[in-house]
Design a protein around this ligand. Structure first.
Ligand code: FES
Length: 167
């Protein structure tokens, strides 16, 4: 293989078109490292981050499972949680609609102000979350192959180079 032909130039780091493609084909669609499992140790703990262009929340529910949602209020698109912390359900800071740890809309204060709305369609949009060896990975999309089916090589670098992880 002619490695010089495939050298990365400075352009790959700054070209907006390449960045757009990376967002579209990689960061908005694949598993991305999110945090460590130990950072979400207690029920109600959450962490937010942006994967590609998608703001995501991961929280630990009271059943001990991790749940991931788009950090976008289904009402008017407000960012719901910032940074990290603990919460009992998710409350939008804009009009105070609240959502369960399963992402279900469960309370609209001053409900009559909002007229005729389809409450069933206003749950949080789920995202994908999984863990591997103490690490949490997430993806903005649901239609993604399970993390376990990804070929992750944990062999030390010299053994990887020797082909231990080729399949
Ligand atoms: S924008 Fe979230 S409740 Fe209105």
């Amino acid at each position: 293989m002619d490695f010089l032909k495939h050298q990365i130039t400075g352009l790959e780091y700054s070209d907006p078109e390449i960045f757009k493609k990376e967002i579209e084909y990689i960061f908005n669609k694949t598993w991305q490292y999110f945090c460590q499992v130990s950072e979400l140790s207690e029920a109600g703990s959450y962490i937010t981050a942006t994967l590609g262009t998608e703001p995501i929340i991961i929280l630990k529910a009271s059943d001990g499972k991790l749940r991931a949602f788009h950090n976008v209020c289904p009402h008017r698109g407000a960012r719901m949680l910032l940074g990290s912390g603990t919460c009992k359900g998710i409350v939008c800071p804009y009009h105070s609609w609240s959502f369960t740890e399963n992402g279900t809309l469960n309370h609209i204060p001053k409900r009559q102000r909002f007229g005729d709305i389809d409450v069933e369609s206003l749950n949080l949009r789920p995202a994908s979350v999984d863990t591997w060896r103490g690490l949490v990975f997430a993806s903005p999309i649901l239609d993604i192959e399970p993390l376990a089916s990804r070929r992750i090589c944990s062999a030390p670098a010299p053994r990887r180079a020797a082909g231990e992880c080729r399949g």
